[in-house]
Design a protein around this ligand. Structure first.
Ligand code: GLC
Ligand code: GLC
Length: 823
């Protein structure tokens, strides 16, 4: 069953009923001011850091679902005075949840539009954050389709968060006494803690004169009431309450009369403002906010022309970004994901890592080191300058011994290990990120950029030094089989081989009670070879023969260790535990084969020539592939194993315990593509492609336009049910698998590789790729069976499959590719 449809032309997903299986969300904002918004206007906003600068409140795991949002109430005053039922409702359905006569939500690129019609009144609201601004706009158009005038009250409502979203949910003995607001000219300013150390406030403003307001939650809702039936809305009044402590909110009351056929626009602006410390107060002797910055913005943006313009600028911005990679293939599911939604999702993962979504509370995870480096792989072609900045930020949190904090705060850019450290794979991902950046941009000077270790002034070394430290970090930590020690865990955060925990509630991500000198990871070994191979190529470009040699030798040696101790006969083993026993081996009772090392060892080039890669992939197909995607391991762990950690804490079929952890599936697609198996790769691609899964949205539950982290595996009670949509490494990796490996348009250090591996039934496809200031118009046509390629540029045949040099004066070239051979 579907709940909506793709409007490919308008680049929107259209939701046609409000009660989707889960809130289907979209992200607002571009660089600093962000929000999440659901299809019923639920969600919240924050500035830069979802924990430290939370602007509005939201309650996860609440009932009913998805409460806390950007709410509007419409009250029909005449109907109320006549004692009619249903005299107030919300045009976004929530929070009132009264049936609407018509409902439609359109999630677009950086904006969401929700239309709700009831009793012949249509209200359409658009929500977005203008480019380069620290506020969001809600623009409503109300139309009276009745034959009589409509006497209406509108109420806006947001609940302010007292800034630190974690503290906001904990420290009530303090929090219930600190809330402060000001109201001036109908603008509600939230200024909790501004009197002391903060120099920022938020505000909610409205484009039309107001009749009243509330800023104290209980005054608006009435005691023991919820957002679905505020007393103020029920009675049609407001008392102009000023919050002193308790729960500050922003709610306006507007009176409107609409003649038959008349429509009116009402704009609200919810914003964040910082003042310089010297100019915090309007008068230095007072405690009154200096509001001048906010006022000058409001003067412009409470005005329709600015708003309309800002929304079209936002659309143009996305048109430009997406113009970097566009394809036209025989498959609509590929086209809409590649051209649009997958690229849009990589922006979100780049911006938020795993910090704030409907599943990530925004208070625990900051920017992951491993995660952000991988997110960058799928993002770098969109805005290379931002990728550059991110690389330097990440490297700046690295420690001198090459190790990495597992995450850092986006606001302070400082690493923190409150939620775990010592993941021995972390440092190596930096090498992959930098390699991808160099391939996209040729910005070789970045390697000589000075970057501190652990943000310590005076510790600056070149970025190349940092990469070298990453490699050394692994080499300095080899175990009994000459394989990398795993540390707390590797990519699989839940394979905690040094944490034997028997205490309920003890965190697997911070507990260590084994020495760490025995447990090894075959996955890190594969990742290491991939990274070392990139270092070989990077060092060649730097004409640094000593490094070339060193990295080459290190990679070769690691490969030998893998073949000797990491190959299980038909697939790669996963690890060795603290007792030196193999994990992911035929000899194990459960968890005999894992997906991760199959993908990574093959991507690192192992077994491509001796048939073992094929053998491993056949084992994956036979043992791990299911109708909903490839599960992480088999057989699922049926009980808790002390030596394995969190992975066995999940019930079988969920998350890392044999769930379809989508992030890993593209590794297998890439491996298949490397072996020339385009059809097999695409078959896997389609299993987890959300657009393909749209047909059974009731089972899948998550949004049909973005990847989810996890789809329940075949051992689960609910196979096929997805969770943790949006913020997952699946976005970046799947974009790589389809765009670079299956469609085969792949940046490399010295040019653009064109190497499609497409199914026999495809006649070909077209693509446009902007790469290093040149637009490549690529036309692939199948002329026979097989994957033989012939490439010509502007009519001239070239040798090989890499386009190295484009004459300087050309900004656009035509690339013709014929695929297959004529028999
Ligand atoms: C989560 C983490 C990621 C980890 C993965 C597998 O998605 O964010 O870092 O690799 O789980 O455990
Ligand atoms: C949980 C999740 C895993 C995540 C880890 C760290 O264990 O299952 O996916 O990586 O937490 O936050």
């Amino acid at each position: 069953m579907k709940f909506g449809y793709f409007d490919d032309q308008n680049r929107e997903y259209v939701i046609q009923q409000p009660n989707t299986p889960l809130p289907w969300i979209n992200f607002l904002g571009n660089e600093k001011y962000f929000g999440i918004i659901s299809n019923t206007a639920g969600g919240y906003s924050f500035y830069q850091d979802a924990r430290l600068r939370r602007i509005t409140r939201y309650r996860y795991n609440n009932a009913p679902l998805d409460v806390g949002g950007r709410y509007l109430y419409i009250r029909d005053n005449k109907a109320a005075s006549l004692g009619q039922e249903d005299y107030y409702w919300s045009p976004s359905w929530q929070p009132v949840r009264k049936d609407l006569d018509q409902y439609q939500c359109r999630h677009g690129l950086g904006y969401t539009t929700i239309l709700g019609k009831k009793n012949d009144l249509i209200c359409e609201g658009s929500y977005f954050v203008p480019l380069n601004q620290d506020f969001e706009v809600w623009r409503f158009t109300l139309k009276n389709q009745r034959k009589q005038p409509a006497d209406l009250s509108l109420y806006s409502a947001v609940e302010f968060c007292l800034w630190d979203a974690a503290d906001d949910q904990n420290n009530f003995q303090r929090n219930l006494s600190i809330g402060e607001v000001e109201v001036e000219d109908g603008v509600i300013y939230h200024k909790t803690e501004y009197r002391e150390r903060r120099n920022h406030y938020s505000y909610l403003a409205c484009s039309v004169p107001i009749k009243g307001f509330e800023t104290q939650r209980e005054a608006f809702l009435g005691p023991y009431r919820g957002w679905e039936n505020p007393l103020a809305v029920e009675k049609g009044t407001t008392e102009n309450s000023l919050a002193h402590g308790w729960q500050p909110i922003g709610a306006h009351h507007i009176r409107l009369t609409l003649q038959p056929g008349e429509s009116q626009e009402v704009i609200f602006i919810l914003g964040y403002q910082e003042n310089s410390r010297k100019k915090k107060f309007s008068d230095p002797e007072s405690q009154i906010l200096n509001k001048s910055e906010a006022k000058s913005k409001l003067k412009m943006y409470l005005n329709s022309d600015y708003v309309v313009n800002a929304l079209s600028e936002l659309k143009e911005y996305w048109d430009d970004l997406l113009g970097v990679y566009q394809v036209n293939t025989p498959d609509p599911h590929i086209d809409r994901m590649v051209n649009l939604w997958n690229q849009y999702q990589v922006m979100a993962t780049f911006n938020f890592s795993r910090s704030a979504s409907y599943f990530e509370s925004g208070i625990g995870r900051g920017m992951g080191f491993r995660d952000s480096n991988q997110d960058l792989l799928g993002f770098v072609h969109l805005i290379p300058e931002r990728a550059r900045e991110r690389i330097l930020d990440l490297a700046g949190t690295q420690k001198e011994d090459g190790s990495a904090y597992h995450q850092y705060s986006p606001l302070t850019k400082r690493g923190n290990d409150a939620v775990g450290s010592d993941f021995n794979d972390d440092p190596l991902w930096l090498v992959l990120a930098v390699a991808a950046y160099l391939k996209e941009t040729e910005d070789w000077p970045i390697l000589d950029n000075l970057v501190p270790y652990d943000n310590q002034p005076g510790s600056e070394k070149t970025l190349f030094h940092h990469l070298n430290a990453s490699i050394n970090f692994t080499l300095d930590r080899l175990g009994p089989h000459e394989l990398p020690l795993i540390g707390r865990a590797d990519w699989n955060d839940c394979l905690n081989l040094n944490c034997y925990s028997t205490e309920p509630g003890q965190s697997f991500q911070t507990t260590t009670n084994k020495g760490g000198k025995t447990a090894e990871s075959v996955f890190i070994a594969g990742l290491f070879i991939l990274a070392a191979n990139e270092m070989v190529k990077i060092s060649k470009f730097r004409k640094d023969e000593i490094s070339v040699n060193r990295y080459q030798k290190a990679a070769e040696k690691m490969e030998l260790s893998i073949w000797e101790h990491g190959w299980d006969g038909e697939w790669f083993k996963r690890a060795y535990d603290d007792a030196g026993a193999p994990v992911g081996s035929r000899s194990c009772a459960e968890g005999q084969i894992f997906i991760e090392p199959q993908g990574f060892c093959i991507m690192a080039g192992l077994g491509l020539r001796n048939g073992k890669a094929r053998m491993a992939l056949d084992s994956v197909n036979e043992r791990l592939a299911t109708e909903h995607g490839i599960v992480l391991q088999q057989p699922a762990y049926s009980k808790y194993y002390l030596n394995l950690g969190e992975i066995t804490s999940y019930p079988p079929g969920y998350k890392e315990n044999a769930g379809i952890f989508c992030h890993t599936n593209p590794w297998i697609m890439i491996a298949e593509a490397m072996l020339g198996e385009g059809k097999k790769a695409l078959d896997y691609y389609h299993l987890i492609n959300p657009s393909v899964r749209e047909e059974f949205s009731d089972l899948h539950k998550c949004e049909p336009y973005v990847y989810a982290q996890m789809i329940a595996g075949r051992d689960a009670a609910t196979p096929g049910e997805a969770k943790n949509s949006w913020l997952t490494g699946t976005a970046a990796w799947n974009f790589l698998a389809i765009s670079q490996w299956i469609l085969g348009i792949r940046p490399d250090y010295d040019g653009l590789i064109i190497d499609p591996v497409i199914p026999e039934e495809w006649n070909g496809f077209q693509a446009v790729r902007k790469f290093r200031n040149v637009t490549y118009k690529i036309n692939v046509s199948r002329i026979g069976q097989g994957d033989d390629l012939k490439i010509s540029i502007d009519g001239k045949h070239i040798r090989g499959n890499i386009i190295k040099r484009v004459p300087r004066d050309l900004s656009e070239i035509e690339v013709d590719v014929s695929i297959g051979s004529v028999t």
